[in-house]
Design a protein around this ligand. Structure first.
Ligand SMILES: [Fe+2]
Length: 161
């Protein structure tokens, strides 16, 4: 019970500072998690319940949402945490891996964008299966990455401005 309360407190920030790193990191993760939920909804809707308008709207926002989150992490969060940790090589290696995963997810997102547009224009059962596979690949990768960052980086973002 006490462990649950501690974990819950770690997932929220109650300070008043709008520039608080933890608050911005939580917002960043929340935006990516919402995107994953949308992508999963599209994958689950294939092929018969696919809503073209909804799919295209998600495709349109996809790369922008991901890049905004990655930009925050790479230009603000990671440098602050590296500084705070004192630049140990093991930590720098983890940060490099996370950046590499960002690059992979952005590449994957570009493919999802094209496949959603293609399917909305002239989808077939075969392309539905391919789109479903690509969507699941992207949101499963992103969820794994977010979970790692939550476990590993979120505790470090406390009291770090
Ligand atoms: Fe990340």
């Amino acid at each position: 019970m006490q462990e649950d309360m501690k974990k819950n407190a770690d997932l929220h920030c109650v300070c008043d500072d709008p520039s608080c790193l933890k608050k911005r990191f939580l917002a960043c993760m929340a935006s990516l998690e919402a995107l994953c939920t949308e992508l999963e909804g599209i994958a689950d809707s294939l092929p018969d319940r696919f809503d073209s308008q909804l799919g295209l709207a998600t495709a349109q926002r996809l790369l922008g949402t991901i890049k905004k989150a990655h930009d925050f992490e790479e230009s603000t969060l990671y440098p602050a945490l590296v500084e705070k940790a004192g630049h140990p090589p093991e930590f720098l290696a983890v940060i490099e891996r996370l950046k590499y995963e960002h690059w992979g997810d952005e590449d994957f997102a570009g493919e999802v964008f094209h496949q959603i547009r293609q399917f909305a224009a002239h989808g077939t059962p075969e392309t539905a299966e391919r789109l479903s596979w690509t969507l699941r690949g992207l949101f499963e990768n992103m969820r794994r990455h977010i979970e790692f960052e939550r476990e590993f980086l979120l505790p470090l973002s406390r009291a770090c401005q």
